[in-house]
Design a protein around this ligand. Structure first.
Ligand code: MGD
Ligand code: MGD
Ligand code: MO
Length: 642
């Protein structure tokens, strides 16, 4: 249902607005059809020569690459190879670091393996209850809602969202307090004898240490910290008895304590005996078109294809052999740290599939960093805010114009089939990578331009890794539903992981002892409100695509701020007026929407808008120590009339 082109699933309410308007984007007036050098049209050869010549002036680690979770598996794979083999740089990361990295880190810790959902989506229909922690799928994944019609829904969100409206129980914690809430629910489950002791004994380790922390989170203390009543905590635990799923979204994950917060939710799921059982479990709701596949094939700073670790000697040997090289760079920096180093020790940046001017935290600062580069290169099909700053822009094909594969939230590999030919002047990302790599002295055949050839190599590279695609072929995907790992061509794939054992060597899942620490920037006298950010139905991400579609832009044309009417009144603001929203890092303007279901201490801002309406000017780049995820979901602000 996403504009970047996942195959559209029809839901009970049909497609979301973005789905049925996405075809319009294919011939949007802003479609790029010629390379640009300093804003002037140039030929492909001129632009490729210009970039390659410039890159040769620098040391490998002065050149960086920023990828995207919307790229196909083939693109993500070839981009990672391009960085490590052609550029020989360690400096590559991607926007998925801003997306699912905390859930991935916590999943790896608990289960020894991260696949967003280790079970088929259809299993949700057989559950008695589903708890959604910080996810608003009614707006962000409408087709998914059809899987939630049978279960009792528990929604954990500081806002009363469209999803919360449908819930049997809505818990409305203050932003950044989910960890305390999850500890509290574990506490209540223990007191009310909802713990599955046999499962905990047989299938897990570490319960005692996790419980020692949760023991201090008695219900009244949790109510004081989170605002969720003792009664609602009990009601949530009662609903979770039986077949139940706990699913996390960006609301609970995009915090400086996001990994620990997801660990706390997984601890609760383990204590209730859910993961690795049919019709129960923990999962993370994926974001971008290829949010799952994008994190498996090596565009992440610490990763090699097949979901291998770049600092694992055996993984390095395997990949060196597949790539036919003697050496590989080590781990690089995470997304925010990489962007923050631009113009410092990084002089050149190549961007594929992201618009960080709008979507990166502390965006004014990051924009200055982008300005300070010697060379910024952007591949896109529209002139995004980041492309508009670039020295060189390459016009590339988009979803309906190319072949490839994407991996969905349940780890199922799907074919993307070319339906249209691209406008003249446009080339694919794979051709662009090949054009640069060969100019940097690489042999032609090392950087194939046919997606199926790239996939064939990806299969070998992933063989024996956690995300093993070696048994998958394009031909099989025509007729079969394949969930990784698929270790051989006669293997049927793995829709349900963990039924017999988890992926740690002892086969057991691990409780991780974590404690609440609260947001990195709590409100104070000067900045008394929590600001949180997120999405609306009509816009996609940085809005580079959806703001160009008239219908969507008319529905939600500009930035707005959701405020409780009393809070608006105290700040001297009226519904429909314009607020200035100020944080320690900058200020932006937003149309006031008074919403009586808002907590009086919270304001909400969508991050889809550029210019004066750019919410990321406000956000705090405090990073999670494990996942390096920035704290998009909470910073301290004050409101003033504009
Ligand atoms: N329409 C639309 N759909 C999209 C996208 C889009 O941009 N637009 N983007 C796609 C992508 S890449 C992603 S990652 C997904 C994201 O999908 P979601 O995770 O559903 O999206 P968000 O709106 O970022 O956050 C979800 C909710 O978290 C709540 N929240 C804020 N702070 C907290 C907190 O501290 N705790 C809790 N529990 N909740 C909190 C917000 O109020 C919000 O309703 O959507 C995908 N689908
Ligand atoms: N405040 C705040 N900030 C956030 C978030 C939040 O919740 N709050 N969420 C974060 C999350 S979860 C995400 S995923 C990011 C997303 O934010 P971005 O990383 O900026 O993602 P998009 O807006 O999807 O930008 C993708 C760009 O790449 C182009 N593109 C799409 N597909 C391709 C392709 O195949 N090849 C090439 N070359 N280009 C392509 C598009 O036209 C677009 O310009 O934002 C993050 N920022
Ligand atoms: Mo995302």
């Amino acid at each position: 249902m996403t504009v970047t082109g996942q195959r559209v699933l029809p839901g009970p309410g049909g497609l979301c607005q973005k789905g049925w308007t996405s075809a319009q984007l294919l011939n949007t007036p802003g479609r790029l059809t010629t390379p640009l050098i300093h804003g002037e049209p140039a030929s492909w050869d001129e632009a490729l020569d210009f970039v390659a010549t410039k890159i040769k002036e620098y040391e490998p680690d002065q050149v960086a690459v920023f990828g995207g979770g919307g790229l196909t598996n083939e693109k993500a794979y070839l981009l990672g190879k391009f960085a490590r083999v052609a550029l020989k740089t360690s400096q590559i990361d991607y926007n998925g670091r801003f997306c699912m990295s905390s859930a991935a880190a916590a999943g790896n810790k608990a289960f020894g393996l991260d696949r967003g959902m280790p079970f088929p989506l259809a299993d949700l229909r057989n559950a008695d209850a589903v708890l959604l922690a910080g996810s608003n799928p009614a707006e962000t994944m409408p087709p998914f809602m059809k899987h939630l019609t049978n279960a009792q829904l528990i929604v954990v969100d500081p806002r009363r969202t469209a999803t919360a409206e449908m819930a049997a129980l809505h818990l409305q914690p203050a932003p950044g307090t989910d960890l305390a809430l999850a500890l509290g629910l574990l506490h209540t489950a223990f007191i009310n004898s909802a713990i599955d002791k046999q499962y905990v004994h047989e299938r897990t380790t570490g319960f005692d240490a996790a419980w020692r922390v949760a023991a201090a989170w008695w219900p009244e203390r949790v109510e004081r910290v989170t605002g969720v009543s003792v009664q609602d905590q009990r009601a949530a635990v009662e609903l979770l008895r039986g077949n139940a799923f706990i699913l996390s979204g960006r609301g609970t994950e995009q915090h400086a304590s996001g990994t620990d917060t997801v660990s706390a939710w997984i601890n609760l799921a383990l204590a209730l005996g859910l993961p690795g059982r049919k019709y129960s479990g923990y999962g993370c709701l994926t974001g971008q078109g290829n949010g799952q596949g994008g994190r498996e094939h090596g565009q992440k700073a610490d990763q090699l294809p097949g979901y291998r670790k770049i600092d694992d000697p055996a993984a390095r040997e395997h990949i060196k052999q597949v790539w036919g090289v003697d050496d590989l760079p080590g781990p690089g920096r995470s997304a925010y740290e990489l962007l923050d180093a631009l113009g410092q020790d990084i002089k050149t940046l190549l961007v594929f599939g992201s618009n960080p001017v709008v979507s990166a935290p502390r965006a004014k600062h990051i924009t200055k960093r982008l300005e300070s580069l010697d060379l910024l290169v952007v591949a896109d099909f529209v002139l995004s805010e980041t492309a508009a700053m670039a020295d060189v822009v390459f016009p590339v094909t988009q979803w309906a114009e190319e072949d490839g594969t994407m991996t969905n939230l349940e780890g199922r590999i799907q074919r993307r089939t070319k339906a249209l030919s691209a406008p003249e002047g446009v080339r694919s990302d794979l051709e662009l990578i090949n054009g640069l790599a060969t100019r940097l002295g690489q042999p032609e055949e090392r950087f194939p331009t046919e997606p199926e050839d790239v996939f064939t190599e990806l299969r070998r590279a992933s063989q024996g890794g956690a995300a093993d695609y070696s048994g998958i072929t394009y031909a099989r995907l025509e007729t079969e539903e394949l969930h990784w790992p698929v270790p051989s061509e006669d293997h049927p794939g793995t829709p349900r992981l963990f039924l017999d054992r988890f992926a740690h060597p002892d086969g057991k899942a691990r409780f991780v002892a974590v404690d609440h620490r609260g947001p990195a920037e709590p409100p104070d006298d000067e900045f008394p409100l929590y600001a949180t950010t997120g999405r609306v139905l009509q816009h996609y991400q940085s809005g580079a695509q959806t703001r160009r579609i008239q219908e969507l832009n008319q529905a939600v044309p500009e930035a707005f701020v959701e405020i409780h009417p009393d809070t608006a009144h105290r700040a001297g603001l009226e519904a429909g007026g314009t607020a200035k929203v100020v944080s320690r890092r900058g200020e932006m303007q937003a149309k006031v929407r008074c919403v009586s279901s808002m907590r009086p201490d919270v304001v909400f801002l969508p991050f889809h808008f550029p210019g004066d309406g750019r919410a990321n000017v406000l956000t705090n780049p405090a990073l999670d120590p494990t996942s390096r995820m920035p704290e998009f979901k909470v910073c301290a602000v004050r409101l003033e009339p504009a």
